[in-house]
Design a protein around this ligand. Structure first.
Ligand code: ATP
Length: 259
């Protein structure tokens, strides 16, 4: 089924285009590995980047990349059928993350966080093999602000995610073009276009990320009273005032007396 190029599609495309411009996410000659999980966010990302590419002033290539962690029941066949149907270049990487998790996970630590770390390593290595200089992830505006609150509530740091970040290995640039797109729009886009929703097959999936769900609920409740809450929170990430914070690395707390 072709993607419906309606008002919502144009809205998401415009917001992704704005993020690409604001944070210099895509440059001439880029070869971008688009990480697709089979969920709504990364499907949306892939379709939007593909549509933007057709009329972009710069030339860039996309390769959809999936990492199969190896949990039974992960329907990568459905994913492949969708990628083929839409004519995407793609690569499916089968890994043994599930076995590593079973063997190495420390009691009490999060399966999702451990899995995400292993997956990220696999994505970098596939990106290298495919000659991709960038890795695009499907995080959207709500992911950014939930992370911002999670870090403040549970970690004690003022941080969220970056829309563009050079990976620790110094070789890949991670980009997040959906930073300005709200989850509700992504969900509606996926619904309208019947994008397949493929769970990763992990038996722990439903039980994890409880705190993130609490942040999502909290933001949802507050947004009923404060309609611009989401855009204000994401706006705050781009409007930092170090003079009004307490970080001695950002501000000199020495004497103000002259001499
Ligand atoms: N198995 C995977 N293979 C490739 N990329 C993945 C995989 N799982 C997650 N990703 C990438 O990491 C991003 C964030 O992953 P997360 O697990 O938080 O998924 P999510 O927010 O539910 O997104 P989605 O709806 O795309 O699954 C995804 O949007 C996708 O780009």
């Amino acid at each position: 089924m072709p993607i419906v190029e309606d008002k919502l599609f144009r809205k998401i495309k415009k917001l992704a285009g704005r993020a690409i411009g604001d944070f210099n996410l895509i440059e001439e000659g880029d070869r971008i590995a688009v990480a697709v999980s089979g969920g709504k966010d990364s499907w949306t990302l892939l379709h939007i980047l593909d549509s933007l590419r057709r009329r972009a002033p710069v030339r860039y290539e996309l390769v959809a990349v999936n990492v199969d962690p190896g949990f039974s029941g992960y329907r990568t066949d459905i994913m492949e059928a969708h990628l083929k149907e839409h004519g995407f270049a793609y690569h499916m990487e089968r890994t043994d993350c599930a076995a590593i998790i079973r063997e190495k996970l420390r009691p009490g630590s999060s399966v999702c966080a451990f899995c995400a770390r292993l997956r990220r390593g696999a994505l970098y290595s596939v990106a290298d093999r495919l000659g991709c200089n960038k890795l695009a992830l499907g995080h959207h505006l709500d992911d950014f602000i939930e992370t911002l609150l999670l870090n403040q509530f549970f970690v004690g740091t003022l941080a969220a995610m970056s829309a563009r970040l050079l990976a620790d290995n110094g070789r890949h640039t991670v980009i997040r073009p959906l930073v300005y797109v709200e989850e509700s729009d992504v969900a509606a886009f996926a619904r309208n276009n019947d994008l397949p929703s493929i769970p990763c097959g992990c038996p722990e999936e439903v039980r994890t990320d409880l705190n993130r769900r609490r942040m999502k609920q909290l933001i949802g409740q507050l947004a009923q009273e404060i309609p611009h809450l989401r855009s204000s929170l994401v706006g705050a990430l781009g409007n930092v005032q170090p003079r009004h914070l307490l970080d001695a690395n950002l501000k000199d707390f020495g004497s103000d007396k002259p001499g």
